[in-house]
Design a binder for this molecule. Structure first.
Ligand code: BES
Ligand code: MN
Ligand code: ZN
Length: 493
């Protein structure tokens, strides 16, 4: 589904279908009225019939015979001013209904509807985001494609000439974010026999070629030379060779301190010797969604040509049991020099991330944000609505919270005070890699905090938000929208 803006008088638009908002009390907007007039009052007659249910997202098809072949009346609900949520429902309902028609293209006037506390650019972005979400398919591994094509193929968002520039920018921004989300979804949905650490590295290399980014992939030998004992301890049990992927975007010319994004890239998490139960273990192919989000964000910001420098670091490996695998109780030395007693080999994410957090210091970043499907405990705490946000830096936390709100990809701040650090005490090493059941997502963040020194740091636990289970199983692409909005705001400085 492709979106564009066009300066159009709605009465004179040309399209297979027009999406026309209907406000509470059955009122039309200016564009709707113009179309009504051009069609000899067919829209108002249809409204008087009472066939359009008032619930946000309900639709009524009205055949026309002008330059616009049909109108889809789309209800915005009964509130005097639509809420952001009912607007989103209207967009979803309208685009879904348009998809059932034989029309390849649509013109939308939905953004003419007033929405509480939201401006035009938000309404335009919402349409692109929802349309791209509806259009997403993951059929790369099916030999028979679904019969019905994605419709409408093209959606024109009609705007007035005074708004044209800002509108085009908003649509381009949402389109770039959707491209990043699609990449993150595709990587997440690919199973572990396809999406290996090497595949992630190849994806980064391909992106580097296409988008003009810098790329470097460290192999096991280099990891050993750098003394990444924690990352290597996780990789030990796997046959697939581990990779540490570094992708650089230099939108500010490579001067000054970059922002670093670090993404957990466990391409499959069996738990290792601390083996997970069989039920739903397939979902541990999604344990690289942090890595996928970081790559997706790099794609989005490169496409948007943001004026800032960003470095992405992705430690990637499987977590497998084998005769060579790390055992519970093994003590390893991390790249930072700190030693870790690995009490549970299923707490592997923090082990690969801690060496990546030490490694990023060489880029002298101003800010580091890591993204990880880190703990089941975070899902228990927050469910599937918000990602967990952990940071000792209030300004950075506020920026990430605001970016999430703006993007509709929210996070919720969790505690990270020193009181929780005690849980990681080990009689045999500087620390243990697990802290027991209480506050499991907090003690995991506490573990990471010991390696995130020398820069402002935040950690996003996306265990509950990166994918959906059940009938609609699949990666969500979160938190690409949050991260991209965060970087856009930083670039605007
Ligand atoms: N990748 C998992 C976290 C996870 C589990 C995310 C289920 C989403 C759903 C992580 O590596 C893990 O296994 N964490 C353990 C930590 C525990 C051993 C301290 C967990 O959450 O059970
Ligand atoms: Mn695990
Ligand atoms: Zn994991």
């Amino acid at each position: 589904m492709q979106f564009s803006t066009r300066i159009t008088a709605p009465g004179r638009a040309r399209a297979g279908c027009a999406l026309v908002p209907v406000l509470s009390g059955g009122k039309l907007t200016d564009g709707g009225k113009a179309l009504d007039q051009a069609s000899g009052g067919r829209l108002s007659r249809a409204l008087r019939s009472g066939d359009l249910a008032p619930k946000a997202g309900s639709t009524l098809l009205v055949p026309l015979d002008g330059a616009v072949a049909r109108a889809l009346l789309v209800a915005l609900g009964e509130e005097r001013e639509a809420s952001a949520k009912s607007f989103q429902e209207a967009v979803r309902g309208g685009l879904r209904a348009a998809g059932q028609l034989a029309a390849d293209d649509a013109v939308s006037l939905l953004h003419e509807a007033p929405v509480a506390q939201r401006e035009l650019d938000w309404k335009l972005r919402a349409q692109v985001t929802i349309g791209r979400e509806l259009a997403y398919r993951f059929e790369a591994l099916k030999t028979k494609r679904e019969a019905h094509p994605v419709r409408p193929k093209r959606v024109v968002l009609a705007v007035a000439s005074a708004q044209a520039r800002a509108a085009a920018a908003a649509v381009a921004q949402a389109g770039a974010i959707a491209d990043g989300v699609d990449l993150a979804k595709n990587l997440g949905n690919l199973p572990a026999n396809r999406c290996t650490p090497a595949y992630l590295a190849d994806t980064a290399r391909k992106m580097a070629r296409e988008l003009g980014l810098g790329v470097e992939v460290l192999d096991e030998r280099k990891m050993r030379a750098l003394k990444m004992g924690a990352l290597l301890a996780v990789a030990r049990g796997a046959e697939e060779p581990p990779k540490l992927i570094v992708l650089r975007y230099r939108g500010a010319g490579g001067r000054g301190a970059p922002i670093a994004l670090v993404g957990k890239g466990i391409t499959f998490d069996t738990g290792g010797i601390s083996l997970k139960p069989a039920a739903e273990m397939d979902e541990m192919k999604f344990d690289m969604c942090g890595a996928a989000a970081v790559l997706g964000t790099m794609r989005a910001i490169a496409q948007l040509k943001l004026k800032l420098d960003v470095v992405a670091v992705v430690p990637a490996t499987e977590n497998m049991p084998s005769g060579r695998a790390t055992r519970p109780g093994d003590v390893v030395a991390s790249m930072s020099g700190q030693t870790v007693e690995i009490l549970n080999t299923d707490a592997e994410g923090r082990l690969i991330l801690c060496d990546a957090l030490t490694y990023v210091q060489r880029f002298e970043p101003s800010v580091v944000v890591d993204v990880a499907t880190l703990t089941g405990a975070c899902v228990i705490a927050l469910g599937h609505h918000h990602s967990g946000l952990f940071s000792e830096h209030d300004d950075l936390a506020a920026e990430l919270l605001a970016a999430g709100q703006e993007a509709g990809d929210t996070c919720w701040r969790m505690p990270l005070d020193d009181d929780y650090q005690e849980a990681l005490k080990s009689p045999f090493a500087d620390m243990a890699n697990v802290g027991g059941r209480p506050a499991g997502s907090v003690t995991a963040a506490c573990f990471l905090s010991r390696f995130a020194k020398g820069y402002d740091w935040a950690h996003l636990d996306i265990a509950g938000t990166a994918w959906k289970s059940g009938a609609n199983k699949g990666a969500t692409g979160r938190p690409v929208p949050l991260l991209t909005r965060f970087l856009i705001a930083r670039a605007q400085g």
